[in-house]
Design a protein around this ligand. Structure first.
Ligand SMILES: [Zn+2]
Length: 112
């Protein structure tokens, strides 16, 4: 696989470049996924934006855990459950899409 040119990722709060994956927090702002430095995310959570900014980061350990849980529930409701209850699977598709989107658009461009 050829190496894709790196896309630069800029912090939603301070507008500086985010260089490392360890220093990146992605979160939902309204329906959009926005990238932050870890510290900047913590600051924005305490600002007025907190009404619109999700306090559950999309990336990181907890985000990955939620992603795995979502896959599990989607499979469970589609494969094990019968009937109308299968519709519950869709409730877990959205968090999973956000998780994948965050990775594709931001995380994969950053060094570990
Ligand atoms: Zn920042």
């Amino acid at each position: 696989m050829s190496k894709m040119p790196r896309k630069k990722v800029y912090c939603e709060k301070c507008t500086d470049e985010i260089k490392y994956r360890d220093d990146l927090t992605t979160a939902r702002l309204f329906v959009e996924v926005v990238p932050y430095h870890n510290d900047c995310y913590a600051k924005d959570l305490k600002s007025a934006k907190t009404f619109f900014l999700d306090n559950q980061p999309i990336n990181g350990t907890s985000g990955n855990f939620l992603g795995i849980i979502s896959v599990f529930f989607i499979l469970f409701f589609l494969l094990i459950v019968d009937g109308l209850e299968q519709i519950v699977a869709f409730a877990f598709v959205i968090p999973l899409l956000y998780r994948v989107y965050s990775y594709v658009v931001y995380e994969r461009h950053l060094e570990k």
